[in-house]
Write a protein that binds this ligand. Structure first.
Ligand SMILES: Cc1ncc(COP(=O)(O)O)c(C=O)c1O
Length: 428
């Protein structure tokens, strides 16, 4: 057996790989996940609230998808499909967007990929050129890796708890003239907050106005990437809307990014899509095709089958929302009772996705950084959370993301007890 590593030992990635790629960083969340794994291996009990994924024990994928995938494999649906996805799936997505958003795009305006990421990457590739600028509002699920790959500039605009961690219209208006792509996500990872439709409408109007100006000078329009992968996971009392529903004139500039990953607890099945002007869709299709980043044919067939049964979908989603919302509410109520008992903690009432924004007011001499608080919570309380720094918000704000996708109700009660004990010890 030839041990190839003997010949590659001297190979240094940094001197071989283009700097743009060699300097891509691993996600901070993954680094925390590895630390948790190491701790668990030493026998420590850890309540892991870090991962934006689901434990199938609590959140199985829809049974209809499970059965239809298996059947599709058995029935021989195992060949190449068009690069933008099987027509049956694009038709099913189109019907869903008509039903749930009142938007009729048509199947030619939809491009399927292996999860949300390939359509996301394709969106950057279509609109962001070397030297261009992209803007996202912090905290944000990191897209800046894609900007780096385009050799472009990423502008980060911090938001605050006062605006639910979404941008204001004024923030958008002041940055729009500088950028080619504006990235928005709602319900938002990491905060679990939903953008106010009135604010989204204002943002969409600002994009239309900016592009009217650009038309006169011949400058390329600014585009909006609207990542709505959590749109079915919205808590009661909150409304999710597409910018195109609110301002139809913004349609030429919007790419919706969507997937089954989060709403159907199907992160490993890899089915996502972009919904965009049908005049631009062939370019996304070409990119996905060249990457070979299409979804598996059986998974596409099964997703189409499920999307075409709105009643079953509604019932699955209602159960899913209930499970997520019970857990988020338990955490939120627990944090608020600690606050009432005088502990320096806070949270934002859950609005959507599977996350809670959790605040620990301990920044100071003893804990100068979020990272110090995170380590304290992990080592002292055995509770793993993710600081907002993992979402590009560098300020030492005391804000953390808690995710409820892999925990039982009992786990969450246990985590709350441990947090209370640990924080109490510090302040008394
Ligand atoms: C806001 C957001 N968009 C996109 C994705 C990527 O989804 P997928 O796994 O379908 O590529 C994630 C994953 O965490 C996310 O949180």
């Amino acid at each position: 057996m030839l041990d190839v590593s003997k010949y590659t030992n001297d190979c240094v990635a940094e001197s071989v790989v283009r700097p743009r790629v060699a300097t891509l960083k691993a996600s901070m969340i993954l680094r925390i996940v590895w630390q948790v794994r190491d701790l668990v291996a030493t026998g420590k009990e850890v309540f892991n609230l870090t991962i934006g994924d689901f434990d199938p024990k609590y959140y199985p994928i829809p049974i209809e998808i499970q059965e239809a995938v298996t059947k599709a494999y058995r029935d021989g649906y195992t060949n190449y499909q068009p690069a933008d996805g099987a027509l049956a799936l694009r038709e099913a997505i189109d019907e869903m967007y008509q039903r749930d958003f009142g938007l009729h795009y048509g199947p030619d305006a939809i491009c399927v990929g292996s999860g949300a990421r390939p359509p996301l990457y394709a969106t950057y590739s279509m609109f962001v050129d070397e030297g261009d600028a992209v803007v996202s509002f912090l905290p944000a699920w990191n897209n800046s890796y894609y900007t780096q790959l385009m050799n472009a500039e990423h502008i980060f605009v911090p938001t605050s708890a006062q605006s639910n961690f979404h941008p204001t219209v004024a923030q958008v208006e002041s940055v729009l003239p500088k950028v080619q792509l504006l990235v928005l996500n709602s319900p938002l990872n990491p905060t679990g907050t939903v953008i106010d439709p009135a604010v989204l409408k204002g943002i969409a109007e600002a994009i239309v106005a900016e592009n009217q100006k650009r038309k006169q000078t011949g400058r390329r329009p600014v585009m909006m990437l609207f990542d709505q992968v959590y749109w079915m996971l919205v808590a009661e009392g909150y409304t999710h809307a597409s910018p195109v529903q609110l301002v139809p004139e913004v349609a030429p500039y919007v790419v919706h990014i969507d997937a089954i990953s989060k709403c159907f607890a199907a992160t490993g099945l890899r089915v996502g899509w972009g919904v965009l002007p049908k005049e631009i869709q062939p370019k996304m299709k070409a990119l996905i095709g060249h990457m070979g980043a299409w979804a598996g044919h059986p998974e596409q067939i099964a997703t189409a089958h499920f999307l075409r049964q709105p009643d079953l979908m509604k019932s699955y989603m209602s159960d899913m929302r209930q499970k997520v919302s019970m857990r988020l509410q338990l955490l939120y109520n627990g944090v608020m009772s600690m606050k009432e008992r005088g502990l320096p903690v806070d949270a934002i009432a859950p609005q959507g996705a599977l996350y809670l924004s959790f605040y620990v007011g301990l920044i100071g001499e003893r804990f100068p950084t979020n990272e110090a608080i995170r380590n304290f919570l992990l080592i002292e309380a055995g509770v793993a959370v993710v600081p907002f720094q993992a979402f590009d918000m560098l300020e030492e704000s005391g804000w953390f993301r808690m995710s409820v996708g892999t925990c039982s109700m009992a786990d969450l009660s246990g985590a709350l007890e441990k947090i209370e004990k640990a924080v109490q010890k510090i302040i008394s």
